[in-house]
Design a binder for this molecule. Structure first.
Ligand SMILES: NC(=O)c1ccc[n+]([C@@H]2O[C@H](COP(=O)([O-])OP(=O)(O)OC[C@H]3O[C@@H](n4cnc5c(N)ncnc54)[C@H](OP(=O)(O)O)[C@@H]3O)[C@@H](O)[C@H]2O)c1
Length: 393
């Protein structure tokens, strides 16, 4: 039986590898739909190669061009979030892989859940905003959310023998590893860091937003919240370890003291493929690990003071309610401004902290609607705070 795969964010770093992974899986696997923001050139090349039945782009101008140029027989779904949500809930789709960046993935993820899909999820931001509720929704609609990101995937693999719902009982600690990004070993102030420096990751080649998040360690904070929600674990059980070689992708300590970890060369093609083939495994495009070539594996405690984004994320997770959604939205805005040269590197945690501080009464019971509303409020607040800061300079 064919497995029809829809890929949201197909032209990005994860998306391109996801298209390759489907091709690598070969017979029985097919790309059913591709969606991107505006990169028509990359999308056209993917259309020629993978021959999807459905395509869409978010950007309206790009969509008009796509509509005029799409090959016959390829259905162009609407632009904007409507097209993404329609793509995510196509009745012929067996698997929806979501690799768009940011909170824009919230509505399509919800659509895929409510269409009871097998979801391979790279887009962590919605899981930060309201992951606990999304997991409940997935249970209600018998959808399955499988992590694509290497660290949550590692934890998912380590938990294979434990029944979902019993993770908290079985696990005493989660070791969430982090490469540390480009500035971990750097001495002195980080205030002069430029976008070009932050966009150069020492281990992984990724999209701009996650690369900057890795350099501030916000990415690790977002992952910690994602993991807390995916596996229903208290944030206090999640321990971040700086591990510059990125070979141990994360691990779990069970209550008897036994530790399981997942290791491989740092190559996203492996966890992407596993999220597609689960519970089966297939030969992947990743180079096998050679233990004899591994000189050493290092681990260190993260420096919460030098990388305040990590602390802010853990604090937001502890408070709960809308705080994680506010953290995520403020960070998205601050990172965008930093990449555009409108905010300094150390301005990122500052804007996130000040947006969180301006948020009142947000620790109550969360609803999906409240998370989306908080996202909108925090975007506006963070944008205003960044502008005031820029004018003061
Ligand atoms: N890269 C990694 O190794 C990695 C690892 C773990 C998790 N993740 C997560 O995976 C997600 C994607 O990361 P990435 O590094 O692949 O990002 P990326 O290279 O920047 O790619 C983002 C993709 O999403 C599309 N996109 C952006 N905004 C969109 C919108 N409004 N509507 C539709 N499509 C949109 C882009 O289309 P255009 O090309 O047209 O702009 C592109 O295809 C993020 O949530 C990230 O945290 C990534």
């Amino acid at each position: 039986m064919n497995k029809n795969v829809v890929i949201l964010g197909s032209t990005g770093s994860i998306g391109v590898n996801a298209v390759k992974a489907v091709k690598n899986l070969g017979k029985g696997w097919r790309v059913l739909g591709l969606a991107a923001n505006s990169n028509l050139k990359a999308l056209a090349a993917q259309m020629r190669e993978a021959r999807p039945a459905y395509v869409s782009v978010f950007d309206y101008d790009a969509w008009k061009e796509l509509k005029a140029s799409a090959p016959r027989g390829v259905k162009v779904l609407p632009p904007g979030v409507e097209g993404l949500a329609e793509m995510a809930s196509l009745s012929e789709a067996d698997i929806v892989l979501s690799a768009v960046t940011g909170a824009v993935g919230f509505a399509p993820l919800l659509a895929a859940i409510r269409a009871s899909k097998h979801i391979a999820l790279a887009n962590k931001e919605p899981m930060v905003m309201a992951g606990e509720l999304l997991m409940q929704e997935a249970q209600r609609w018998q959808a399955r959310i499988l992590p694509v990101d290497s660290e949550p995937s590692a934890i998912f693999q380590c938990l294979a023998g434990v029944k979902p719902g019993q993770y908290d009982d079985a696990v005493s600690r989660v070791f969430l590893t982090a490469s540390g990004g480009p500035f971990y070993a750097r001495k002195g102030s980080l205030s002069g860091v430029t976008p070009a420096q932050a966009l150069k990751h020492p281990r992984w080649s990724m999209g701009p937003k996650i690369t900057v998040d890795s350099s501030t360690l916000m990415n690790k904070g977002l992952e910690a919240i994602e993991i807390k929600n995916l596996f229903s674990l208290p944030i206090s059980k999640i321990e971040v370890l700086i591990h510059p070689q990125s070979v141990v992708h994360s691990g779990v300590e069970f209550k008897d003291g036994s530790v399981l970890a997942q290791l491989s060369n740092p190559d996203m093609r492996l966890p992407i493929q596993y999220a597609l083939t689960w519970p089966d495994r297939a030969r992947s495009l990743a180079e096998p690990l050679d233990f004899f070539k591994l000189a050493r594996l290092d681990f260190a405690r993260p420096d919460f003071r030098r990388f305040p984004c990590l602390e802010l994320a853990f604090e937001a997770a502890k408070k709960g309610g809308i705080y994680p959604a506010v953290l995520n939205a403020a960070n998205e805005v601050a990172v965008e401004k930093f990449i555009a040269g409108r905010l300094g590197f150390t301005g990122i945690p500052e804007i996130v902290e000040r947006t969180l501080a301006a948020c009142r009464g947000g620790a109550g019971r969360l609803t999906l609607g409240a998370a989306v509303e908080a996202d909108g409020w925090a975007r506006q607040k963070a944008a205003d705070l960044s502008e005031i800061k820029k004018r003061k300079k």
